[in-house]
Structures are given as C-alpha cells and as structure tokens.
Design a protein around this ligand. Structure first.
Ligand code: ADP
Ligand code: MG
Length: 698
C-alpha cells in the first residue's frame, strides 16, 4: 500500500487519542491528509511583536518577554491564574482558567520566554489566554525554519493540548520521513507554466525558506487543485453526453408554428431568440439536454420555457414545469394558460392542495397523453404521477430543490427527459465555472423593451413620514405598493412582532375605506394567503404587507413601489429578487430601502450597491466578494468549499487558466492514453469521484 495512505495514528507523536481528535476536528485521517492540510498563514519566527505595538484586533502573535509575577483571582466559579508578562515596551497578562497548577510548577519567573497565542482586549489591556510558551533557550534550538506555519484549529483541539506547536511538529515529523511525494502533473505542464515539483511544493508550503519560495509553492498547489477540479467537471459533461442518450426532437412542427404566428403576444427580444435557438439545438441533438437558463427577474424566461415545451409537444412528448412554491406554481399556471388560450394545448396544475378529484383526472390524462403540460410544485415528483412520455422537464428557481428530489424526475421516463433549469439568481462567472462547469448555460442578458429602470433609494427610518407621503402619491396615480419585512428564523418571534406592529402603524396612516391593505406571511393558512394575494393581484387592495414569501416570481405589473423594511438585514441577492417584483409594467417604479441609522460596513456596501445598479450579475459579483462562496446557492454540492488552498474569488485568473488547460487536454486525449498523460490517469483514479451518473444531471 502507498505509504501516503497510512493511517495518521501511526505517525510519531499521534496515537489513538490524537488520531481520533484529528479526524473529528479536521478530517485528517492519513499521512496524505496531513500533508495536504495547508497553513492558513505564517509568522516569521525570528520576529517578535513589541507589546506596546500590538494592534487592537483579536489575532495571534509571537512575543518575547519575562513573567514577573503570578496571581490567582477568584471568579464566579473557581478561580483563574494570571501572570504579568512584560518586554521592554510594556506589559500584558497571561491567563489560565484550567490546568494552572501544573503550569505554575513549570513556570520560571524572570527568565525569557517566547509566547504565542490569540490576543484579547479588555479595557485597553491586552491579555493572552492559555498561551503556547517556551523558554527562549529551548525555542532557539528548535529554530530550524524561519517561517512558522499557522494551521486552522478548533477550540476542542486547543483544549486537548493539540496546539499549533504540536501540529507543526507532526508535519515536520512527516516531512522528515521523506515520503514518496510523486508528481501529479505532466512534466510538459510544469515546464510550460514554470511550476515547481509536487515534492518541493509540499515542503515549501509547510516550511518555506522565504516569501518567494512560498509563493511558488502556493501557485503550484493552487493550479493543481483547480486543474483536477475542472478536469473532473469537464469529464463529467463529456461522459454524460456519451452515456446518456436523449430524446431527439427532430422537428419544430405545427404546434410551435401556430403559436408563434397567431398567439405570441409580443416580439421576442434578441436574447430570447438566441436562447431558444440554443435550446432548440440541444433538443434536436439526440443527446440529453442539461442546460441552465439564467435571466434576471423580468427578463422573460416564461415564454422561453413555453416555446421549448411546444417543441416537445410537436414531437409527441409531454412537458412539465416545476416551481418551488404553490404561489409560484399557480402564477406559472395562470400565465401559461393565458398564453395558450385558443390553442389546443392542454395544461393542468398539480400542487399539494389539488383535490383528490382533480388528481384522478390529471393522473389519467397524463397517462393517456392527452395532457401535454403539467405545471406544479414538488407534488409532481411523487411516484403516483406517471407520464405517458415525458420529454422535457423545466425547473424554476432550482436552488430550492435538492439533488435527490430532482433526480426523481429523471426516472419518469425510460430515457431521461431533457432538463432546463431556470434561475433568476445570476451566478457570477467565476463561480458558474466551478459549480456548473459541467452544465451548458444560456443567459438572457437584456430586458424586454419599454422597461424603465427601477429607481432605488435608501432612506433612514426617521424619514418614514416622507416615504408614506410618497406612497400616497403613487396610490393616487392608481399604483400598488409592496411593503416587505424581514423574517429570519433565529428571531422569528421578534420579526413577526415587527411585521404586525408595522401593519398596525400602516393601517393607521392609510385608513379604510380609502385604503385597503393585504397582509401575507408564513404563519397564515395557505387558503388565507391565496385569498389575500388574490385581492392584491385583482387590484382590490393597494398595499401588500408581507414577509419574503413574495420573493420569487409574483407578478403584479401594476405594482410600482417596493418598500423594504430593515433592508440592512437582507442579503444582496434577496434584495435584488424583491426589487424585481416591481418594474414589470410601463410605469416608473421605485424601490425604497428603509434602514436604521447604524449600519455595518457590509450593510452599507449592500445598500449602496442596490442604489447604484440594477444589473443582477454585477450584484452577484459584489455578493460573492462580501460573503464568499460558502453562502451562495449551489456551492454546497459543488466542491468549491472543499478547496484546500485555491480560492475561486482571489485566484480566479488561475482558475481560468486551469480550466482552459483541462479543456484542451480532454479535447485532445479524452481517455488519457498518451504516455505523458498517464500521470493524470493515475491521479484521477486516486481521487474520490462520484460515479453515480444521475448526479451528472444538473
Ligand atoms: P421572468 O424571467 O422573471 O420569469 P417573465 O417571463 O415573467 O420574466 O416576464 C416578465 C414580463 O415581461 C411578463 O409580463 C412578460 O409577459 C413580459 N415579456 C416577456 N418577454 C417579452 C418581450 N419580448 N416583449 C415584451 N414583453 C415581454
Ligand atoms: Mg419567472
């Protein structure tokens, strides 16, 4: 067996207890895992921080000084030990809450120590709880390398004595064994990109000689990581196209043509036409389509979905459209029914609240094939729902569905249906490359003509009266208004109180009968919700007060004002989604972001970004920079979060190079038969690869 796969337990200094901890806390199980556990940062071992220059942040520092005295201080439970520690510039405290008896016995007063740890600040006084410390004389003996790697750690590891020092030691022990660190990239790539060898990179990344060698080590390891990530994604797409056959929709027939000529209510935009062509090409290719359709709110995805479904119907197939919520499914049903009025195409709605009677009819017509289009919620995924011949599955706002749920759709026909995933949440290009590197993608990048860009304003809470006056003006003009409140799970009770308080205050300022108000929130029964929505949609109420249930899809073109309360508490993409609820008609629309006067830097950036731009892609880029990839949709499944050293945001240009390289290689030598590619074949087979072909689909 490969030495690198040896269990970490057998490494000098580990043993069963530590190996369990390393596995639980850091997922380190083998030699290989430890070597690929890269430092977060480095500190220069030859440099010490003067106490009077410690910055007021909670970071880790290395300091040299002496302990002058030790005290015990009583606290609520037990006591703590406090040592006064000083250098030439000042003094600070070292603090222990546990194990102090043992530490006290070993501590040498007035002898130079090197300490390392996290600084806390309290009342202008710096302290370091549970420092790692070593007498300077001993520290000097251990000073082999200048740079000291600092690794990710956890509270538990520190409490159990697995300090930075211990991890450093373990890595050093492992490197000393001179393990066989075989190369994982073909020599011609190393030459071409001037990359250092794997072996050198691993040594240097843990114990760099200097800044320069460190940078080269990092570059080499990042490239490798991106390269294999992209290679796997592109291979997946390649293999899927070979392995999964698709229904061939050979012709665009009478149903499509009739609709296009006689029923299409507007002229398609250039972007819509282009996207339909892309879809059309996929559907006719004989391979299963697996396409992501991105288009900002209001860009006109619905008509693209419908025209694609008509192509399926022309080829004797059925189509389905799945939405994440009942309200959305209903809206889709309404707009598709309206569009299809007068044609022979049958469509039906299936949701959790469909009656038994309705279901029986739907099931029957679906199996017979007389029902061409089924629109619904996840109720469509149920086993009982069987199609005669499902050829196209469209999924709206896909991030609300899990992979497992979606895969149920693929099994509704012998050959899986074509899949079109629609999303109004733009995905930044860099991220799209890493998450959906295996999907084909289409983008509707322009809005239908005649739209006036939404004007976005930021107002503080103390300006509320002006905002109310503005709302009254708009209502006078016959427009409708949304007022949205945040609803965050952790503070649900408080949030409901805010919503109800808001409702009461607005009811006072907008009295009946002149003004009518709808309210919709998650705690209402779905009948009541539907009733309130309906009143607003029909124009019977002028104001809709809601939590974020209206976030996706709701379409009332007469609504021209979106007021978002406590806007600083919403994420950027959510704000953008909410804003997309207005500006759907030809009137000038407004989005008013209300906030308190105290804003965090990040909150300020979010609101400023919203005021500055309406472009969903630009907003998505800012969001990615602010929050990192971890919180964005789709990243959980994608593996970008498992990247050990590369960073899709900071290293995006390297990502592009790695992707292009991977693409070229697969184009030239998809089975890696070339001698120079044996190393790739070997490396790929040692990676854990998900071989479930169904996961290959979206
Ligand atoms: P979304 O992409 O958010 O789902 P919709 O498909 O709901 O957008 O379209 C938004 C609005 O724009 C709808 O009222 C729709 O009828 C209208 N629309 C779509 N395409 C066009 C077009 N090419 N010209 C004019 N109006 C359009
Ligand atoms: Mg839509």
């Amino acid at each position: 067996m490969d030495v690198m796969h040896t269990a970490i337990e057998y490494l000098k200094g580990v043993g069963p207890e530590r190996s369990r901890l390393l596995k639980e806390e850091l997922n380190i199980q083998t030699y290989q895992d430890l070597l690929h556990f890269f430092p977060n940062r480095y500190i220069d071992r030859s440099k010490f921080y003067p106490i009077n220059q410690l910055p007021n942040t909670s970071a880790e520092f290395q300091i040299k000084g002496i302990v002058t005295s030790i005290d015990f201080i009583k606290q609520k439970r037990g006591k703590r030990m406090v040592a006064n520690f000083q250098d030439e510039t000042g003094n600070m405290q070292l603090v222990w809450f546990r194990g102090y008896q043992w530490i006290k016995e070993g501590l040498k007063i007035n002898q130079p120590y090197v300490i390392f740890g996290r600084i806390n600040w309290f009342n202008g006084q710096a302290s370091m709880p549970h420092p790692e410390m070593e007498l300077e004389s001993i520290f000097k003996q251990g000073l082999k390398a200048v740079f000291y790697p600092i690794y990710r750690s956890t509270e538990k590891l520190i409490n159990k004595g697995v300090s930075q020092r211990v991890v450093q030691k373990l890595v050093a022990n492992l490197l000393e064994k001179e393990p066989d660190l075989s190369e994982t990239l073909p020599p011609y790539l190393l030459n071409h990109f001037k990359l250092i060898s794997k072996k050198e990179a691993l040594h240097q990344v843990h114990y760099p000689d200097n800044q320069n060698t460190l940078a080269r080590a990092q570059a080499r390891l990042k490239f490798e990581e991106f390269f294999y990530m992209q290679l796997q994604l592109i291979l997946k797409n390649h293999q899927r196209k070979q392995k999964i056959k698709g229904h061939s929709f050979a012709e665009v027939g009478p149903v499509f043509k009739d609709f296009f000529k006689n029923y299409l209510p507007f002229t398609l935009t250039g972007a819509q036409k282009r996207v339909i062509k892309e879809i059309r090409t996929d559907l006719g290719s004989g391979r299963q389509m697996n396409r992501l359709l991105q288009g900002d709110v209001g860009s006109g995805k619905t008509i693209v979905a419908l025209l694609s479904m008509l192509i399926a119907i022309d080829n004797d197939f059925q189509a389905s459209l799945v939405a994440p919520t009942e309200i959305l499914a209903q809206q889709h049903f309404q707009s598709l029914s309206t569009l299809l009025k007068g044609t022979d195409v049958q469509c039906a709605l299936l949701t959790g609240s469909s009656t038994k009677k309705e279901r029986i009819v739907i099931h029957e017509e679906l199996e017979k094939g007389s029902l061409a289009i089924l629109i619904g919620t996840h109720a469509i995924f149920e086993e009982k729902v069987q199609f005669k011949n499902l050829g196209l599955a469209i999924i709206d706002e896909q991030h609300r569905f899990g992979v497992a749920q979606r895969s149920k759709l693929w099994h509704k026909n012998k050959i899986p249906p074509h899949v079109l995933v629609m999303t109004a949440t733009p995905i930044p290009r860099t991220l799209a490359m890493s998450i959906y590197g295996d999907l084909d993608s289409s983008v509707i990048d322009s809005l239908p003509p005649g739209r006036k860009p939404i004007k976005t304003l930021h107002r503080f809470d103390n300006n509320r009266l002006n905002v109310f006056a503005f709302i009254k003006e708009q209502i006078k003009l016959g427009r409708q208004v949304y007022i949205v409140y945040p609803l965050i799970q952790e503070s649900e009770t408080l949030d409901y109180k805010d919503l109800m308080d808001g409702y009461q205050s607005i009811s006072r300022d907008f009295p009946k009968p002149k003004y009518q108000i709808s309210i919709v929130h998650g705690k209402m029964k779905s009948d009541d919700k539907a009733y309130e929505m309906e009143r607003f949609v029909k124009g019977k109420t002028q104001i809709m007060i809601a939590t974020t249930v209206i976030e996706v899809g709701v379409n009332v073109s007469n609504a021209s004002v979106m007021v978002i309360e406590s806007a600083e508490r919403f994420g950027l993409s959510q704000l953008h989604q909410l804003r997309g609820r207005v500006g759907r008609g030809s009137d000038q629309s407004y989005c008013i972001l209300m906030s308190g006067s105290k804003l965090s830097e990040e909150g300020k950036t979010r609101l400023q970004t919203m005021v500055k731009t309406n472009d969903g892609f630009e907003i998505a880029e800012v969001d990615l920079r602010l929050r990192g990839p971890g919180n964005l949709m789709g990243t959980q499944q994608s593996g970008v979060l498992e990247l050990k050293i590369a960073d899709v945001i900071k290293d995006s240009s390297l990502l592009k190079v790695a992707r292009d390289t991977a693409q070229q290689i697969i184009k030239k030598d998809p089975d890696f038969t070339g001698q120079e590619h044996q190393v790739i074949k070997r490396t790929l087979s040692s990676l854990k690869i998900d071989s479930n072909i169904w996961n290959f689909i979206s």
